[in-house]
Design a protein around this ligand. Structure first.
Ligand SMILES: Cc1cc2nc3c(=O)[nH]c(=O)nc-3n(C[C@H](O)[C@H](O)[C@H](O)COP(=O)(O)O)c2cc1C
Length: 183
């Protein structure tokens, strides 16, 4: 059974709400075990446990908040070289459009790539002009249906890759799945 960890940092709850939706999306793939944890609740053991991770943080000064970076900096001693080839994707909430959430997403992806995690973007448009090519990036909390679907789609896609590659379920490949459930 494939395992997905949704790990987040959140000061005022927006990224936490995104994380819950990402976890909800991941849970839509049958047979996937989903664990939702804040970075404060997480241990390095969680990183070894998971097959796929969705990593989320608010945008702070156009970048990753220090608390999230600290966790991953410190994890390197125990985890480095042990999570290569697992799957990863990212999400970020910012104060506003243009405030840098995609830059934060790229920063989070860079952290995962340093650990050898296989990262991905998503080509789908969940609504007109709403997509998640670098991860789920939204201003504030997820309010609209499209913003919620962006988060859910991210978790769903992660779980699909885990299901396909880890559990070996061929029908979980994204090209074989229809997404009518979101629209
Ligand atoms: C220290 C700090 C720096 C921030 N820097 C940015 C920024 O560079 N760009 C932006 O759009 N929002 C910025 N914000 C706003 C947060 O990204 C935004 O309020 C976000 O929705 C908070 O998410 P959270 O509720 O998960 O903490 C900053 C907030 C704080 C506390």
């Amino acid at each position: 059974m494939g395992k997905v960890l949704v790990q987040y940092y959140s000061q005022t709850g927006h990224t936490h709400q995104m994380a819950e939706l990402v976890a909800e999306g991941a849970a839509r793939v049958q047979g996937i075990e989903v664990c939702l944890k804040s970075v404060a609740e997480s241990s390095f053991h969680d990183l070894l446990w998971m097959d796929g991770i969705a990593l989320g943080a608010p945008t702070h000064l156009g970048s990753i908040p220090w608390a999230m970076k600290k966790f991953w900096d410190e994890a390197s001693e125990d985890v480095w070289g042990k999570i290569d080839g697992k799957f990863g994707c990212v999400f970020s909430s910012s104060g506003g459009l243009g405030g840098g959430p995609e830059i934060t997403c790229l920063g989070l992806l860079t952290v995962l790539m340093n650990y050898g995690v296989m990262t991905f973007g998503v080509t789908d448009y969940v609504a007109q002009q709403r997509t998640l090519h670098y991860g789920a990036a939204i201003p504030g909390e997820p309010r609209t249906r499209a913003e919620k679907d962006i988060c859910r789609r991210l978790g769903l896609r992660l779980a699909e890759w885990v299901s396909y590659y880890v559990d070996g379920l061929e029908d979980s490949h994204p090209t074989k799945v229809k997404y009518s459930r979101f629209t």
